[in-house]
Design a protein around this ligand. Structure first.
Ligand code: C5P
Length: 397
């Protein structure tokens, strides 16, 4: 997938620059043509001689070659590229990219590049966590750049935490994955609710349900792999998601509702996949309830998150939900679609073997706003996610 691809590798002044030599080697082995652009401080960490020996091309760093006056065109370079990777990307370079401080060849090339840009940050854990760095990374994402999140582990400072540049093999895998998938949802913001909600009765007990979150997580992964910026609002589950998905953990329906409303105004597509508890205890007991004969717990309805968003929905937003039914499936699903003002609803039935809770497979029918139906056979949840994402893409078009 990387064969013949023109790749600009931007290297900045981080100790992780030593990994850039290996990254260059891997890209070349995959058949890519690599042009290195290095910042002045990058050269303090790795010599251009090593890098140009690997790429077979002079490393670009200055706007001019001092003795000949030859000008290096960042504009031509920017147009030549099929992808630009900045690895390692320091906090300083990330800030300059976010604000357009074009005081070196790497940033001018970045500003001229029309190709997708991938940023692999590398810095100390506190620098990475700092709101300034985090805001700059969010800004880059909003420009459509892809952030290859740093890994956690031993850092050059001697501390341990998140900030290690992702390993070269994983950066190459990320790029290969990018080029194999069509980035249909680039620039689109997708929000997904997933998993169950837990409604606390006392410090040790709650009302919950059997949802594992597998379906919602599979949808989140599929959207992300097709270029969407995904926010996953997750109830308590035992699964993890890719680092390019923004996961917000919640526990109760009220919490999920609050976060969903906050995120929704900045969302193009919202898929409500969570199995939200319909009721919560009216009173929470701050001490463990003792066994004393019969116990009645008064329950009050939780907010309907999908219906709440349905009321807020604007013309250009897509809102979809799920219906898990046991009987009168289609009629029930259709009535939920209308009541919650959804654009489509994904119906799955507990009557179908291998579908719904806990299984790795699911069997769904998607019902559209005007009652049109598409039924799919029993498939893995990953494949069902692809169908749902494709259906959404058709609506978007
Ligand atoms: O009404 P019912 O719970 O069957 O509707 C299911 C759909 O509504 C799902 O998409 C689910 O995520 C959503 N829902 C919600 N908030 C609730 C209940 C359901 O968002 N309180």
């Amino acid at each position: 997938m990387l064969r013949g691809k023109h790749i600009i590798l931007g290297i900045t002044g981080s100790i992780a620059a030593y990994k850039a030599a290996y990254l260059t080697r891997l890209l070349i082995k995959k058949g890519a043509e690599v042009q290195i652009v290095i910042t002045p401080s990058g050269k303090e960490f790795i010599t251009p001689v090593t890098l140009s020996a690997l790429t077979g091309k002079p490393v670009v760093s200055e706007f001019f070659t001092a003795n000949t006056g030859e000008w290096h065109s960042h504009v031509d370079l920017g147009l030549w590229a099929d992808a630009m990777i900045i690895a390692p990307a320091t906090a300083s370079t990330i800030a300059k990219m976010a604000t357009g401080v074009a005081d070196n060849m790497l940033i001018t090339t970045y500003l001229s590049a029309k190709a997708p840009v991938f940023v692999a940050p590398a810095m100390d854990l506190d620098m990475y966590k700092h709101p300034s760095t985090q805001n700059n990374l969010k800004t880059l994402q909003s420009y459509g750049n892809y952030i290859i999140e740093p890994a956690s582990g031993f850092l050059a400072s001697g501390l341990e935490g998140k900030g290690r540049m992702e390993e070269p093999e994983n950066i190459v895998a990320y790029l290969e994955n990018f080029f194999t998938k069509e980035q249909k949802f680039a620039g689109k913001k997708v929000m997904i609710t997933a998993g169950p909600t837990y409604e606390k009765i006392d410090p040790v007990r709650f009302i919950g349900n059997n949802s594992t979150g597998k379906m919602g997580y599979a949808i989140a992964e599929e959207f992300a792999s097709q270029g969407a910026e995904v926010t996953l609002i997750s109830g308590p589950v035992n699964i993890s998601c890719s680092s390019n998905i923004k996961r917000i953990d919640v526990v109760s329906a009220k919490e999920m509702c609050r976060v969903s409303q906050e995120e929704f105004s900045n969302t193009d597509i919202a898929i409500m996949c969570a199995a939200v508890a319909d009721y919560a205890p009216k009173e929470y007991s701050s001490t463990k309830i003792k066994r004393t004969g019969d116990l009645t717990i008064e329950l009050v309805p939780n907010p309907d998150i999908a219906a709440t968003l349905g009321k807020l929905k604007k013309e250009n937003q897509i809102l979809a939900g799920f219906a898990l039914e046991t009987n009168d499936e289609e009629a029930n699903a259709q009535s939920k679609l209308d009541k919650k003002n959804l654009d489509y609803i994904v119906l799955n039935s507990l009557a179908d073997k291998g579908a719904c809770f806990g299984y790795d497979t699911n069997k769904v029918t998607i019902i559209g706003k005007s009652g049109e139906k598409e039924s799919y056979p029993l498939k893995s949840k990953g494949e069902v996610a692809k169908d749902i994402v494709e259906y959404t893409y058709k609506l978007l078009k």
